[in-house]
Design a protein around this ligand. Sequence first.
Ligand code: ATP
Ligand code: MG
Length: 487
Amino acid sequence: MENKLRDVLIVRLGEVTIKGKKSRDRFEKKLIENIKEALRLSGLQGEVKREYGRIYVYSTQEAIKVLRRVFGITSISSAVEFEFETLGEIVEVAYQLFCDKVKGKTFAVKARRTGTHSFTSMDIAREVGGRLYPCSRGVDLENPEFTVYIEVRGNKAYLFQDVVKAYGGLPVGVEGRVVALVSGGFDSIVAAWYMLKRGAEVHFVFCNMAGELTERLVASVVKMLVDNWGYGYSPKLYVADFRPLVKELRKKVDPGLLGVVLKRYMYRTAEHVARKINALGIVTGESLGQVSSQTLENLYSSSTAVSLPVYRPLIGMDKEEIIARAREIGTYEASARVKEVCGVYSVHPRTRSRLEEVLREEDKIDKTVFEGVVSSLREIELRTLGIQAESLDEVEISTIDPDSIVIDLRPPEKYRESHVPGSINIDFAELPVALDKLDPNKKYIFICDEGGLSREAAYTLRKLGYKAWSFKGGYRALSRKLDGLSS
Ligand code: ATP
Ligand code: MG
């Protein structure tokens, strides 16, 4: 008897299967839709078939990597499928497939069965085990070096040797929509990942305090996240120009409370987008106590700005865990390229704000400035967005050439504390105004706290034809260097 063997990927569903009939039906349909999109976006072909509690994907081995990133799937096995009439045929196929593989190894056979047959799963295990025994080093049911899995479903048998774990969760989209505030940094991206994992359709809001280069870097991280994990919808990135607001805040608000007031406006921007697209929550990458803005007091003061719930999937996670997750999901490198725009924060942010004070500070703000921020919102379609690899190598340097002019973009109080001898202090926000004082024939090196704003400044000036660079890693890296030299 000729058995027709066919390669198949067995896709197992986790929580999806414990739902009631109606939700289960909806979840499985969505999962199949997401699987198809995942394959298509990865340039793979494949037929997807649904059977009660199972999904079968007929595609190549490469698809395993893709399927691991589709939420709602708990594990995948690459199997051989065939139709059989007798147990003897299953035994023979198992022998053909696994005799070589169990050579010199201990092995076990794990069999399962659904349907009506003249044999039990114990019979399958015993017969296949007996046939493979002479090929092997013996049977070890406790700790086998090789496991033969056999699953019989009706008149079909599936034989495989591995179970590849996936991430579980729920199919993206089944839990409705949220808006994630993203800075492009490690935390906010990982937070959005967790919401995708639980089946939320995540859209993104970036409050841009720097400029075009930063926006492009942030967009590329977010795109990387959704192209690898966010299948089954059309993810959007909303970008708001926060520069006028930052300027206003720095002019009028107590520097110690600026961070909290700024955060309130970010939440409001997210809420505005959420209302527009019918999203039911705001997501952030905050984790309790991680930085001054993330104390219970400051999180409370920030939260009262909006009435939508704020979800913080990382609240109980340590930085190390978050970083490890960022590496695992593949966004670490891209996030590392997005530098913090610290220039807006004060030297001594208050860790324990009181809401009344925060509100009093916020009252000083010209409300039309925020209206301007809202009307600056632009929608970017992430799926079709073309990403140019940004070469930062040209713009970033790590030495200061003596015949260049150093422009320090940090707040004046930090500049006064210490600076590069001979450097001049220009506020980042004032840069456009200061431009006509710059000489196109001279070389300029920008420096800021961590190298984010300076990179943006150098990038902008270059586009205007100036010779400009950014000091890599900012003042922080420079101080470390100087410390190293003097010790
Ligand atoms: P991340 O690693 O996500 O940048 P962080 O550790 O730098 O976070 P904060 O700067 O306090 O911490 O930001 C906390 C959260 O606020 C971020 O995770 C993000 O959700 C939101 N957020 C911060 N900056 C921005 C921004 N420029 N645009 C949109 N959201 C932001
Ligand atoms: Mg950040």
